[in-house]
Structure formats: C-alpha cells, structure tokens
Design a protein around this ligand. Structure first.
Ligand SMILES: N[C@@H](CCC(=O)N[C@@H](CS)C(=O)NCC(=O)O)C(=O)O
Length: 225
C-alpha cells in the first residue's frame, strides 16, 4: 500500500516528501491548488479538518501536523531519528517539538507578519520574529556544537535536518525586505548539517521534483550572500 501525500511544492508538505524519500516508502502525490479552493474542499477537510498541509493518508487513516507525521513514519519505518529504545530518543523528540511548536511558528510569523495583528503593525511584528528566530536558531546551534547528535548531523540524514532545511529556506528568501531575511552565517554547526542534508539523495530527488534549486537549505534563490 502506498501513502498519499497532500502536497504543494515548497510548502510544509515538502518536509514530508523529503522524509518519505529518505525512508524509501512508496507514496503518491495528491496535488492541492490553494487558489482553486482545494484547501476548503470537503474531500481534503476529511483528511485534515484544519485544512493545512502536510497531511498524509496512511493505511491506518490520515495523519496531519508535521511532527506527528514524522513520529508516525519513524515509528513505522525507522531511519528518521532514534528508535524507541535509543537513549537519544528523548533529546531528539524534545528538539523536534521545539522546532514544530516554536521555531516553525516563528518562521510563519516572519513570512506572514500581517496575519498576527494586521498590516498596520506588520513591520514591527516581522522585526521581532526575525529576532526570535535568531534566538531559536542560536539554541539549536549551541546544542549541536555541544552534543553533536547523530540525529542532527552532517554524517547522517534525519527528519530534523530536513524539517529545519525547509523552514530556514523560507526564512532566507521569502521576506520581501532583504533586511528581514534570515542568514545562516552566524551558525556554522547548523550550516554544516544543512549543507550535508541538501546533498543527500532524498534531498536531490525532492529538490528536482519540487523545484527547490541546487542549494535549497543553505542558499535558496533570493537568499543573502
Ligand atoms: N503546525 C502545522 C502548520 C502547517 C501549515 O501552516 N501549513 C501551511 C503551508 S506551509 C498551509 O497549509 N497553509 C494553508 C492555509 O493557510 O490556508 C504543521 O506543522 O503541519
């Protein structure tokens, strides 16, 4: 049986495409068109009542929310992070949840500052989001530099590397004001992890299918030098 990934290229569902490619699980793509109203269609809302991607149809029913899908696929297939008896499991899950609950939301605020409190204050909101994002990424940088974990490493592909690759890619090129674009320059340990992840075979395949370019996680088109 093949999974069905509800997908828009370079949206959050690209994270799940990357991890499905990584584990080699068979999947088909159900493309969604936001302008055509697909996100509000009864068929899609039956899969994800929240009307967001990623959403994955599995043999056990639909799973949505990026972290939930990653944990579900890791439990079923392995290969994305520490398994159930691995002493590193708690640390991996902690940083995955931090990424999903905090860093992901900060990136969404950075790229859609108007959604928080309207257009009048969007410049202030965006500037604060960039500060928060740098604080969030500094936490990850310190953890990698200290711990050098296998589950977020240049040595080995993992779900957290792919997840951060997509989130930080958006932060690097989507803000219209170049002064509001995130830069990886102050974060050499994380940069090395993402540079390795964009060269792993699963990333090369996804970059090709989703049109992410040659250096999707370290230097997406439009990023600062
Ligand atoms: N917390 C959710 C966030 C998902 C999310 O914000 N998805 C965006 C695309 S990246 C979406 O589907 N937006 C459609 C809309 O807002 O209508 C997750 O991790 O899955």
């Amino acid at each position: 049986m093949s999974y069905i990934l509800y997908h828009v290229p370079d949206w959050g569902s690209s994270v799940i495409r990357l991890v499905l490619e990584e584990i080699g699980a068979p999947f088909t793509i159900a493309p969604l068109d936001w302008d055509a109203g697909d996100f509000d269609s009864p068929a899609f809302r039956a899969v994800n009542p929240l009307g967001l991607v990623p959403a994955l149809q599995t043999p056990d029913g639909p799973v949505f929310e990026t972290a939930a899908i990653i944990l579900w696929l890791n439990a079923r297939h392995g290969g994305l992070g520490p398994g159930p008896t691995d002493p590193e499991r708690g640390a991996f899950r902690s940083w995955l949840m931090f990424t999903s609950n905090t860093l992901h939301q900060t990136v969404l605020t950075l790229i859609h500052p108007d959604r928080v409190a309207g257009e009048q204050v969007q410049d202030i909101v965006q500037a604060r989001a960039l500060e928060h994002l740098n604080e969030d990424v500094a936490q990850l940088e310190a953890m990698i530099a200290k711990k050098d974990p296998d589950w977020l490493s240049p040595r080995k592909p993992g779900a957290l590397g792919y997840y951060l690759g997509i989130l930080l890619r958006w932060a690097m090129y989507l803000p219209e004001d170049p002064g509001m674009r995130f830069s990886l320059r102050p974060y050499p340990a994380l940069r090395a992890v993402l540079a390795a992840h964009e060269r792993f075979p699963a990333a090369l395949r996804t970059a090709s299918s989703d049109g992410l370019g040659d250096t999707p996680f370290t230097a997406p088109d439009g990023a600062l030098e």
